[in-house]
Write a protein of this length. Sequence first.
Length: 445
Amino acid sequence: MKRLLYAGALALGAATIALPLQAKDEAPRTLFTNVHVFDGTNEARIENANVLIEGNLIKTVSTKSIPAEGATVIDGGGRTLVPGFIYAHEHIMMQASSPELLLQDDRYMAILSTKTARMYLDRGITTIRDAAGNSYGLKAAIDKGLVPGPRIYPSGPMISQTSGHADHRFPTTPTTFAGGNLDVMVTQRGDFIVADGVPELLRATRENLRRGSSQIKIAVGGGTGSISDPLEVTEFLPEEISAVVQAAEDFGTYVMAHVYNSHGIRRAVDAGVKCIEHANLIDKETLQYMKDKGVWLSPQVSVYTFIPPGYTEGQAAKHRQAHEGIDAMFKAAKEIGFENIVFGSDIISSPDQIETMLGEFEKRAQWFTPVEILRQATSKGGELMALSNVMNPYPGKLGVIEEGAYADILLIEGDPLKDVKVILDFENNIDLIMKDGKIYKNSLN
């Protein structure tokens, strides 16, 4: 069984103390030799290449030998070197059953999130965009090296209207006018916000930005996980969405919107939303409208192939409805040449299913080529992350193997550009995982 080698902070610190001052100031270097490089964009691999890492950045990519005195040399043995995967719609704080999400202790949920973070990194996912949840603390712990995990672009609590996608009350729950309360994920844990009207939405948006959200997430239509809103409904008035967009843009970032139906998508796009989440029920004309406006599409497949535990029959029916719309959406995207598509799982409240997050690669193969899928999971994701601009917590380039980009790199057995399914057996086929220039897994020796 292949060994996972995780760097020890104490050992690293001791080695640093023992080094002369000049060596201490030099960035560590790693040289990959004898690798075939998928750079995140081009259809063909760069054959028989060498890649030099200096510190946390890619220094050189060349088919010629690279002088690198003192570097750690890793012979790739003809394996494929690819950028670390970017998952653009995740819920890293919510990998528990529906009852646990509502009833479990906050400290337990925080500890559980560290297990989930390790799970992402073990599968070669080096960056995620968290689409709803109080992930600020986990992000800080990962960035400081306290726990292993992916880079996190936090949205913070998703914002919806009353009776919207963040409002998980049952219809029998008393209204807030009658003294009823919202659930603990809104009132206590900080995973969702329910807000109505421009003043409340501006306050909610600015609170999220204050906490460090790299982008803002709102719900502009119904969802499968919420109780009271069919997928066909449109949520938030145009002026409400526009207010959120303006507040986000004033901070140099953008808004992503959960919505399935074409009417809600058009309302969001007209208000300036830059990325649409899901869109399973979209028509071809609205997809073309998104393309013309330069708006991104963030779809998912795997999450709709099972019914999350704890769903009511009404929720399950909406989930099946969303699954049925995927084929037409992707076929329309292919017909019109829609390329601004990113990758992700959206697996939530399904602790058993989160382990299958790499299944998205296989599920998309019925519509896209391996190269298209790999682009969605690498360079396209990097382009989308960069839209966060001044709120970008990682301002370097992601999702590509090129000079100056972050050294988030995987070494894979076989050729995923021919058979993307080799990625699914991550334990045996992802032989090396590097994030930010640090090696988190190396099973070559």
